[in-house]
Design a protein around this ligand. Sequence first.
Ligand SMILES: Nc1ncnc2c1ncn2[C@@H]1O[C@H](COP(=O)(O)OP(=O)(O)OP(=O)(O)O)[C@@H](O)[C@H]1O
Length: 255
Amino acid sequence: MIELVDVSFSYDKNSYLEDISVSFEKEDITTIIGPNGCGKSTLLKLSSRILAPKNGKVLLYGQDISEMKRKAFAREVSVLMQNNLSPPMTVENAVLSGRYPYQAFGQLLSKEDKAIAEEAMKVTCCDSFRGKEMNRLSGGERQRVFLAMVLAQDTDIIFLDEPTTYLDINVCYDIMELIARLNREFGKTIILVLHDLNLALNYSHKMILMEKGKIISRDTPQNMAIGGSIGKVFGVSIKQVSNEGRSFFYYNKIT
Ligand SMILES: Nc1ncnc2c1ncn2[C@@H]1O[C@H](COP(=O)(O)OP(=O)(O)OP(=O)(O)O)[C@@H](O)[C@H]1O
């Protein structure tokens, strides 16, 4: 569905990601993991056209994404990056702005646009605070609204960079359940960056492990868990335990 072919990228004169070739499969939840600074967000930005590769290309259904028109791309792919600034508007208007890729210049929102935004607020449980200004929300509420904006955009592919950061454990699981539901019930293809290995293990179909700008491994969570690569890359020893149908990692720092 989305394929990176021999992609290289650098922020300055040193190459950062070099010759990355990887594909994200349709209707999978794919989680990118790896230590701080290994290039996870950069990979996400290159895949979602926020950054352009220095060499190589990114294909969406075989088409080079750099050649797609902005609105056409935004009807296929939505992105939620880290540290989003709150737009100076109410929750409801922020969610409605997710419909922008479907509006012709000067056109008003249609009944359908409003119904889709309404549903997005319902699914993410933001409808109860729809009249609040975005800058008056808690971190968890704001994250739900950003997810509602992504939902209102109604794309088949969703990129999420650390969607659970700063959230308490309860909200974290709510957000991950919502992501799983979007995938299961609406067939969304979801590619996300997570630091929490246990969330990654339990909610992903595929995991991609990165280290120093390279992809070290791409596998199912089950295979990733029993292979030794995660422990090596993070410098920890890992044990996997299962309880009530879920798997968990225990890890200890190797000294
Ligand atoms: N705008 C930028 N300009 C210059 N260097 C950058 C820029 N953004 C990121 N980098 C560098 O590129 C490397 C990869 O950064 P990236 O944000 O992709 O890592 P990450 O794996 O997502 O990290 P983290 O887990 O800490 O969020 C890092 O060394 C970082 O310092």
